[in-house]
Every structure is written in C-alpha cells, then in structure tokens.
Design a binder for this molecule. Structure first.
Ligand code: CA
Length: 414
C-alpha cells in the first residue's frame, strides 16, 4: 500500500493541482515510489515527467499534511486502513556482532528499518542465540525465523548443489560470481533450488578471494598434508580429502578452540580482517595463500517463502535492494580492511606468510576437477547449476584475462 491508497479522500484534490505548483521538497516518506522505485508511468515519456513531477511533490506535501490521520483507521467510513508493521527474526551462522560477515545482517536490518520507516523491523540473532549456527536453514525453512544469513555450502549434506552457490575451487572471483548471479541466470537457478525448501535466497555478500588458511606446520609438499585435520567446508573439503587430508566442518565460533586444543591441525576461515579478529595467529603461525578453495565466497540471505509472500510489493522492493546493497558493501569493506590486518599479523604478531607450493596447488586443481565431476554426476540439480556456472566462467574468463588480469600485471610493472 502507498500513501495514495491510504488517503483516498485526497484524490479529488489531485484533479485541481496545477503543474506550476512545484516545490524543491522531496516527500520521500509519503511517496516511496518516486524516492527509490520509479513507476514506469512516470518515466515513459519526458512530457509526462515534466507535468507530473511537480504534481507528485505537491501530492506528497498534502499527504504529509494528512499526517497521522492516514495511519489511523477511519472512524466512520472504514475506507482508511493503518499500515501494517512486520517484525522479522533474522538468525545467522555468525557470532553476534562479528565484523565483516556478521556486519551484513546488521546492516541489512538497519537499512530495511530506515527505508521502510519502521514498517519492517528486523531483529538479528547471532549463532546460538535463537538457533545453533548450523540450524539456520531449518529454522527459516520451517518458519521459526523469517530470515537467515549464512553460507549455502553449510547445507551440502542436505542439498549437494548448494555448494556451487558459495564457492567452487578454482572457480569465479567475487566480480564474476556477482555477474553470474545477477546477469547470468545464477540467482534464478538458486531460487528454483531453494523453492523446494520453502525458501527464497538472495546474494548476501562476498568476502573476495580468501586466504588458503592457517597451519601449525610449514607445508612444503603434498606429503605434508597427509592425515592433516583441517577445518575446510564445502567442495574444498572433499578436494582436501582426495589429496590425503582430513576435512572438518565447524562453524566459525568453534574454530579457535578446536585449533588451540589440537582437535584440528589447520583451518581456513576468511582473510586477514576476520582471521585477526578470531586470534587464529595465536594458535598457528603459518598463513598460506592463495585461496584456491574460495576465490569469491558468496554468502546468502534466505527468506521463508510465506514470510516473503506476506510482504506488500514496496517492502519486497526494499528488502531486495537492501540485500543487493549489503552484498556489494561487504566486498567494499574487505577490500578496505584486509591489507591493514595482514600488515598487523605479519609485522606485529610475527605471522609467517607463505604461498602454497605449485605442486600442492596442481594436486588440488586436479582433485577439484574430479570431485566436481562426481558431484554433478550424482545430482541433477548440481549438474544444472554447475553447467550454468561453468558456461558463464568460460565466457567471462577471456575478457577477465585481458581486462582485470592484464591491468593488474601492468600495474605491477616497474
Ligand atoms: Ca572460508
């Protein structure tokens, strides 16, 4: 519902408004379709824009003057309905107020609350506040929470195809992943996949290329990985197992203790900004790159389908654009903060920064191709999603090579 429907008694006034009665004021609150989500009827011709823009401004002023009366049910006529307020619970797989990853749900809640003027109020719950980290999917699918934030590959035991929505070893970086999702059909496939579980997914932020991880011992060859217990989820965990490692899936909040107590020997997490916050340098000194396993880890917002359907179109538009804004914002923040954190890790904490040996990377690459082939052979959804993913990657790669890659090489030249 918009302001016009809420105050139908104002409609006769519109017929008397002159286009000359313009104002520089922009009544965003009373006229949300003009503020952020233009109606095609206002933009289809320049003449209509010229005539209707001042009219719309005056309409906004009239609606503002109407004020609280619009929000109250009409006492006699019954034709004025108060705007409904929605209260959503957003459960996450991250510790409460965790930087970077955990900033996304907090930012989403704030933006939605601001843009909807409080009509959609989202309360964020960290891992274990309402449900355990790994209980987010079921909580939102079942309706215990309207919304969740996490990573699709956490649900690989339930949905093998979900792994391709987060990270594919040696796959696409953040820029390419966003291109595939929003302009290459990826998001449509994701929605089709999750519809079976009563869920509507949205891209929920990318960390960019991650670090390969923290190791207690130096890695000089594939032999050093034999029997090594490493926290490494998703497809990468399967790959790690193929070359002799022992993969473990743990939520972020459990990693430090597991590494400290020796129940794992190594871990990947995110990158310098988040890893510094967890204090992983205190329990492992070798920090390896590149993040072969998560070249652009994409997180997810998930909405309960019924909760999503219950929102009026303007609140659905606010949710959609808030998710898109938060998705990009995460990459911006990591780009800004990772470098300073890495300097602190190396210069202040004496972390040993290392590149994975070429033979280790080659073995991981070979095992990745094998694992992906097996996963898509065993699951039709995984096959359909990976075929779309891989076709986009093959299309985009030649241009990435002569644009981003060529430029970065040029920039490094003396
Ligand atoms: Ca990771």
């Amino acid at each position: 519902m918009d302001g016009l429907e809420a105050c139908p008694e104002l409609q006769p006034h519109l017929m008397q408004v002159s286009p000359a009665a313009g104002s520089p004021l922009t009544p965003a609150r009373a006229f949300p379709t003009l503020a952020g989500f233009p109606d095609k009827s206002f933009t289809e011709s320049p003449m209509k824009r010229i005539l209707l823009a001042p009219l719309a401004v005056l309409l906004g002023l009239l609606l503002s003057a109407c004020g609280q009366e619009c929000d109250k049910p009409a006492a006699t006529s019954g034709d004025s309905v108060p705007q409904k307020t929605y209260h959503w619970k957003l459960v996450t797989t991250w510790p409460k107020n965790f930087p970077g990853l955990g900033a996304a749900p907090e930012n989403f809640a704030r933006i939605v609350n601001d843009m909807s003027n409080g009509r959609l109020q989202v309360k964020v719950y960290g891992a274990n506040e309402l449900v355990p980290a790994m209980g987010v999917f079921d909580a939102v699918a079942g309706g215990a929470a309207e919304m969740g934030h996490g990573a699709a590959y956490y649900w690989k035991g339930k949905i093998p195809a979900s792994q391709f929505m987060t990270a594919v070893p040696f796959g696409m970086n953040a820029q390419e992943m966003n291109g595939w999702l929003h302009y290459g059909g990826g998001l449509e496939l994701w929605r089709k996949l999750y519809a079976k579980y009563n869920l509507v997914p949205f891209a929920g932020g990318s960390t960019g290329v991650q670090m390969a991880g923290w190791f207690k011992q130096e890695i000089t060859s594939v032999a050093d990985l034999q029997g090594l217990k490493m926290r490494i989820p998703g497809l990468a965990g399967e790959v790690f197992q193929r070359i002799g490692g022992v993969p473990v899936t743990l939520p972020g909040g459990d990693i430090f203790t597991a590494l400290q107590t020796g129940s794992i020997d190594a871990t990947e997490w995110v990158g310098p900004y988040n890893d510094l916050t967890f204090g992983l340098h205190k329990v492992a000194k070798y920090y390896y790159y590149p993040g072969w396993h998560e070249p652009g880890a994409m997180l997810e917002f998930i909405m309960n389908q019924s909760a999503w359907d219950s929102l009026p179109p303007d609140l659905q538009a606010i949710v959609t654009h808030a998710a898109r804004a938060v998705n990009q914002d995460m990459l911006d923040e990591y780009t800004a903060r990772n470098n300073a954190a890495l300097k602190e890790l190396v210069d202040k904490h004496g972390v040993q920064l290392r590149r994975l040996p070429d033979d280790v990377l080659a073995a991981l690459r070979s095992a990745s191709d094998q694992v992906i082939s097996e996963v898509i052979a065993a699951d039709a959804d995984a096959k359909a999603i990976y075929e779309s993913f891989d076709a986009f990657r093959r299309d985009v790669e030649p241009y990435t090579r002569i644009s981003e890659e060529a430029f970065l090489q040029t920039r490094q030249a003396p």
